[in-house]
Design a protein around this ligand. Structure first.
Ligand code: ZN
Length: 272
């Protein structure tokens, strides 16, 4: 079917996911998914890495170089490729995603719910407070999935990033938030699998011990990636770092759509 859910856990570090995401790790241990260790692109900031995640390009090529950029994406991205291929998309995400792929500037009074959107995302529910609970966010996404049966669904959480900025990456409150958010996936992944979806769980960037991100240290750019799909060769494949540029073309492969010409061709992610 090619339907795919992408769960983007904002600022989730590889080590924190490995330490606490017990259900995801269980699926890997049981041979029911693939796990990779991802080396993030720079700068390790949100908006540039949203665009890198969706286009498969580095900031020098896509032009979203910092968080203040609030223009629509100028490049082919997963949403625009789906639209061209006649596939439906949905997103439950931070409003910066709306600004990149749906409508900019985002007007919270009118744009929180953009069902039947006019940009590249067909159906979106967008939040604009970092405190918006991940539990509610996941259910916004699940509402969109059940209501519209999208081919591609993006669910993008923010509470891990918030916990990292307040407490520092790797601190007990930060790791506890990773566990809390990941635990919610234990309820949804079986439902999504039953409905025939491929699932990717990954992050945009990491978080330093000091509570910031943007730079090149390992803690800011070492990210988890879990893939649950019959198309993915299963196993713990995290022995080597793979580039974050694998994400967009891998999603295209899972969706059965043609990747953009500029996307990585020789994937380090093993797909059947
Ligand atoms: Zn952040």
């Amino acid at each position: 079917m090619g339907k795919t859910v992408l769960v983007l856990l904002d600022a989730c570090r590889y080590d924190a996911a490995t330490e606490t995401a017990g259900y995801l790790e269980h699926l890997i241990e049981a041979g029911l998914g693939a796990k990779y260790k991802v080396w993030g692109i720079l700068p390790s900031m949100s908006r540039p890495m949203y665009e890198t995640s969706m286009t498969g390009l580095i900031p020098a090529d896509h032009g979203v170089n910092d968080n203040r950029y609030n223009f629509r994406s100028k490049c082919e991205n997963i949403f625009s490729l789906c639209r061209k291929a006649g596939k439906k998309t949905a997103a439950a995400a931070y409003f910066w995603m709306a600004e990149l792929y749906e409508k900019t500037p985002f007007d919270s009074l009118n744009d929180r719910f953009r069902l039947n959107g006019t940009g590249d995302i067909d159906h979106g529910i967008y939040y604009f407070e970092d405190q918006y609970p991940d539990s509610h966010l996941f259910l916004d996404g699940e509402f969109l999935r059940k209501e519209y049966s999208p081919d591609f669904l993006l669910i993008h959480s923010m509470n891990i990033d918030l916990a990292g900025h307040i407490n520092g990456g790797g601190t007990p409150p930060y790791v506890a938030q990773v566990q809390k958010t990941a635990e919610f996936l234990a309820r949804l992944i079986p439902v999504w699998k039953e409905a025939g979806y491929n699932i990717i769980v990954t992050a945009d960037h990491g978080m330093s011990r000091g509570g910031y991100h943007g730079g090149p240290s390992a803690e800011q750019r070492t990210l988890p990636m879990y893939i649950f799909s019959e198309k993915a060769v299963p196993g713990d494949l995290s022995d080597k770092l793979i580039s974050q540029l694998n994400l967009a073309p891998a999603i295209c492969r899972l969706l059965d759509i043609e990747p953009a010409a500029a996307m990585l061709k020789d994937l380090e992610i093993k797909l059947k």
